[in-house]
Design a protein around this ligand. Structure first.
Ligand code: XMP
Length: 193
């Protein structure tokens, strides 16, 4: 096989590895134990996965849970490219309707300004008529909050750096990295050219 051109090696774009695969794996096992302890009374727990960013996290979290559960997913986009949240959300009304009367655990990759989860959880309660709504995030950028929102389950609190990997992207790339990392400033600038 031909070696990839230098600019195609994703690892060359990265600054630091913030969370290794092993740390992520271990924390997910703990989160699953916490979730099972609190949510086992709900006979119909539904994991609602916010795509695309939470794809890898949700796949690992659900395999760590031994509760019976349903799976639903939503496509929400608040970044629309770039490294700051626009706050504009798109939610499919038919997907919301499917959650009426369900106990919903929303699974998201990262809680940043809080706009996404506050809008999604409000819509689940007020529009969809979910029986209960809780949320689980892998990462929590507490310092970046623009609206008041706390998740019920948090994997790791992190600082304000833009992070990629393990489902998280920068302009659609880096989702396939098995760990969470920060990007070199040049990688951000090069993509913008
Ligand atoms: P809000 O600001 O609504 O953001 O809490 C939640 C969504 O924004 C995306 N997001 C990020 N994506 N690196 C990313 O790749 C980041 O550092 C980052 N911060 C926020 C993400 O899609 C999340 O669901």
């Amino acid at each position: 096989m031909q070696p990839l051109p230098r600019e195609h090696h994703l690892a060359d774009h990265l600054d630091t590895i913030l969370l290794s695969e092993a740390r992520i794996r271990a924390r997910i096992m703990d989160l699953a134990t916490e979730i099972e302890a609190n949510e086992s009374t709900h006979p119909d727990l539904t994991l609602l996965v916010l795509l695309h960013g939470s794809l890898l996290f949700a796949a690992d979290l659900m395999r760590a849970l031994s509760l019976p559960l349903y799976l639903e997913s939503f496509r929400v986009a608040s970044y629309h490219g770039g490294t700051s949240s626009s706050g504009a959300l798109t939610m499919d009304p038919r997907a919301l309707a499917a959650l009426r009367g369900r106990h919903v655990l929303v699974v998201d990759d990262i809680l940043d300004t809080g706009r996404t989860l506050s809008a999604v959880t409000r819509a689940l309660r007020e529009e969809a008529g979910a029986a209960s709504v809780t949320s689980c995030v892998l990462l929590d950028k507490r310092v970046a909050r623009a609206v008041e929102f706390e998740a019920d389950y948090v994997g790791f609190p992190i600082g304000d750096d833009f992070v990629v990997g393990y489902g998280l992207d920068f302009e659609g790339r880096y989702r396939n990295l098995p760990y969470i990392a920060t990007l070199k400033p040049e990688a951000i600038r090069e993509t913008r050219r």
